[in-house]
Design a protein around this ligand. Structure first.
Ligand code: ZN
Length: 273
């Protein structure tokens, strides 16, 4: 039973000293500083089902509102409008992005986009993300998921850290990039990653090395989504490429040429190699 003591005796002083000592040894928020806004990532669609570009739907009163990126030039982009649905994850399945790591060092990594596949159905993945997960090891999410019909599901706000990759590193031009946000876990790319997943076709539900691949609508929507970011081509990567556990192969059967050809049709991608 917990009760609030009204007397402050020697016993209370002892408790206070122990408390102070514990605070010194285990500071409550070690060095992590949460990031509140981000630029250069796709924005969230605002309403449940959206058929227009997010910039026209921004609601200043919504806690989920984000400033559109300056690089978003949908007016001049190819004539493609994906169906968009908000299906936010339970907050237990994502966290803050931090401007410092667990040791107080500034995190300076530019964003990367990490592509995945669901293996199971989109609906089963969305159900998983909407489930409350109290245990760290069960917490998983992507920022967005793209269904077989090209529908974009917004799952985690872009300024938050989705739990898309565990033990992982991005091998950039200036060396390996990875961030420790919790010393109890291996470092990962999650702090600077934008995770987007493609729904796997029915013939890819197992652990086979390949499957029949993704639909044209999925490639179109993926290009449309990442065209709203300022992430350069060289920082668009895959779970397989960043994974250090040796167990991740996704997205299997992904056609890079097909995707980058579609992405480069967007004028705002010029210079983002
Ligand atoms: Zn993955």
């Amino acid at each position: 039973m917990l009760s609030r003591s009204t007397k402050f005796g020697w016993q209370g002083l002892g408790v206070l000293l122990v408390g102070l000592t514990l605070l010194l040894v285990f500071p409550r928020s070690p060095h992590l500083q949460a990031v509140e806004t981000v630029t250069g990532l796709p924005t969230l669609a605002e309403s449940a089902v959206v058929a227009m570009v997010p910039t026209t739907l921004s609601n200043p009163n919504s806690p989920l509102d984000f400033t559109p990126t300056e690089t978003f030039v949908a007016q001049t982009a190819p004539n493609y409008q994906p169906r968009q649905i908000m299906q936010l994850a339970d907050p237990s399945n994502y966290g803050d992005r931090y401007s410092t790591d667990a040791y107080g060092q500034p995190t300076v990594n530019p964003f990367i986009a990490v592509m995945h596949e669901t293996v199971g159905s989109a609906q089963s993945a969305l159900n998983l993300f909407q489930t409350y997960h109290p245990n760290d090891n069960d917490q998983v999410s992507y920022h967005t998921l793209i269904g077989r019909d090209g529908t974009i599901y917004y799952i985690v706000p872009p300024e938050k850290r989705a739990y898309g990759a565990g033990n992982s590193v991005f091998n950039g031009p200036n060396g390996p990039e990875t961030v420790t946000t919790n010393p109890a876990f291996p470092s990962s790319v999650n702090n600077f990653a934008y995770h987007v997943s493609l729904e796997t076709p029915g013939d890819g539900r197992g652990n086979g090395p390949s499957h029949s691949g993704y639909t044209q609508a999925q490639y179109e929507s993926l290009a449309w989504l990442l065209a709203q970011s300022s992430i350069p081509d060289s920082r668009i990567t895959t779970h397989k490429a960043v994974d250090r556990s040796g167990s991740r192969q996704d997205p299997r059967s992904f056609d890079y040429n097909r995707f980058f050809t579609l992405l480069r049709r967007y004028p705002n991608r010029a210079g983002l190699s």
